[in-house]
Design a protein around this ligand. Structure first.
Ligand SMILES: *Cc1c(COP(=O)(O)O)cnc(C)c1O
Length: 455
């Protein structure tokens, strides 16, 4: 299997190469050259363990990695989860289930992809002998999950930009209290979108990124999207066969990576009723799904900070499929978007499988409380966004994207319940190490350069 850029101006890459560089050199995102039809195969995976389903799925994409190596790499990636099922499906009532994706080491769904990605990087370093410098920006949870996935992986440095003061203090501690010398959490002024924009400029400097062996760890990395397809398939196989096609996955959404993964699995044969894109007050995607127009506003802070995003980078992959896989058109649309901040999709047939919703902070608090009162279930503020306008669904699976203990103040305010989680408590006594920097591309490049140890 080869991987192509959504902007059509990059040579095909194999899986390992595409994963190593993350962003395609033409500025586009990697997509598989074709989506395999797994309709029949999916059914044969029922009853398999999570790691086995993951292996069978990746077997179709990581075609240059040998069977035994791929299987053990995947098995090792999922050893640090605190629930034997990895992704338990909890029934709240006969219409609503919750897929808990917060049993990994940093208590958010991003662990499912980043534990695996860390191992893929390490494999690459072992093959080439070159140190990889991983660079990413985070709205909160990616940073912690990326750092955790790379701790102890040799030959990898990790640089994570985050908007100073705009992530929760526990999220900050998860990144800054590791005590590891290859970890550089960089606190920058401005919003996540500002950081992401500068990061694209850094990657756009081809000379720099090739020399430094820079890799993108954001959800633009293809391996992350593919790893996230797995829990949809795994959960879908757990739902009784008669209900599968009537099920809607409801996904708290920011950068559009998570819901895109589900939608790709759907395109490969996981038959469901559809997907719901649940946003917070930063609702660019909700506006798009209602009007067909994608136009950037200002990101504002909300109680669900990991979704405080206006430019959803993974949307480009969706656009690629919406435009019939025509990379030249995607490139033009993205150029137009860059100069005008707006684009419109004429053919809306592709978005039929998706609907959207939006939730304000006030509703988030009310929802956490109502869900707790009705079901005795405590959800985090991101997951809360999914509990909106569910009546129209015959059966739905809500993706619980973070553990409530990551957002103790909000949960306490809404429910009166203290949420305590031992691994988070342990962080509170550790020293914080962070690097406050001006977040422009040149400063970031100089900083990364200064941390290279010349042999
Ligand atoms: C990252 C994150 C999201 C948003 O996911 P996307 O893939 O960016 O849409 C939602 N909830 C939590 C808790 C997150 O960490």
């Amino acid at each position: 299997m080869q991987f192509l850029s959504t902007r059509a101006e990059t040579e095909p890459h194999n899986f390992s190469e595409a994963v190593k560089i993350g962003l395609a050199p033409d500025g586009g995102l990697f997509v598989p050259s074709e989506l395999p039809d797994l309709t029949d195969e999916f059914h044969t995976w029922a009853g398999e363990s999570y790691a086995k389903v993951c292996y069978r799925f990746f077997r179709r994409f990581a075609t240059e990695i040998e069977d035994g190596e791929l299987e053990s790499l995947i098995a090792n990636a999922y050893t640090e989860f605190d629930d034997a099922k990895l992704a338990p499906l909890i029934e709240l009532d006969d219409r609503i289930s919750v897929l808990e994706l917060f049993h990994g080491p940093t208590l958010a769904f991003k662990d499912y992809a980043l534990q695996l990605l860390g191992r893929l990087y390490e494999r690459q370093v072992a093959i080439t002998g070159d140190t990889i410098n991983v660079l990413g920006a985070t709205s909160g949870d990616t940073g912690a999950a990326a750092i955790n996935g790379l701790i102890g992986r040799s030959g990898v440095n990790i640089f994570i930009l985050y908007p100073d003061g705009r992530i929760s203090s526990l999220q900050e501690r998860q990144m800054t209290c590791t005590g590891e010398s290859n970890v550089f959490p960089i606190a920058v002024e401005g919003s996540f979108d500002d950081a992401q924009r500068e990061l694209k400029v850094v990657f756009g400097d081809r000379e720099f990124s090739e020399r430094i062996k820079l890799s993108a760890v954001n959800s633009i990395n293809l391996a992350r999207i593919l790893a996230q397809c797995v829990y949809y398939i795994y959960a879908w196989l757990k739902i009784g066969e008669s209900r599968r096609e009537k099920t809607t996955f409801v996904v708290p959404t920011g950068n559009f990576g998570n819901v895109l993964a589900g939608w790709l699995a759907y395109r490969m044969g996981m038959k469901v009723a559809g997907f719901r894109v649940a946003t917070n007050q930063n609702d660019i995607l909700n506006r798009f799904f209602n009007t067909g127009e994608y136009s950037v506003g200002m990101a504002t802070r909300s109680l669900a900070p990991s979704m405080d995003i206006q430019v959803a980078s993974n949307f480009e992959r969706f656009l690629y499929y919406a435009l019939g896989g025509d990379g030249n058109r995607v490139r033009k649309v993205m150029e137009e978007f860059k100069s005008t901040g707006i684009f419109k999709v004429d053919d809306q047939s592709i978005i039929k499988s998706m609907s959207s919703s939006r939730m304000t902070d006030e509703e988030i608090l009310d929802t956490i409380k109502a869900v707790y009162q009705k079901y005795g279930y405590v959800c985090d503020p991101h997951t809360a966004c999914a509990f909106k306008e569910l009546d129209e669904f015959e059966h739905c699976v809500i993706l619980a994207t973070a553990h409530p203990a990551k957002f103790p103040e909000t949960v306490l305010e809404a429910t009166g319940q203290e949420t305590i989680q031992s691994s988070l408590e342990a962080l509170k006594s550790r020293e914080i190490v962070k690097y406050p920097l001006h977040g422009d591309a040149n400063t970031i490049k100089a900083f990364i350069e200064s941390k290279q140890i010349t042999p």
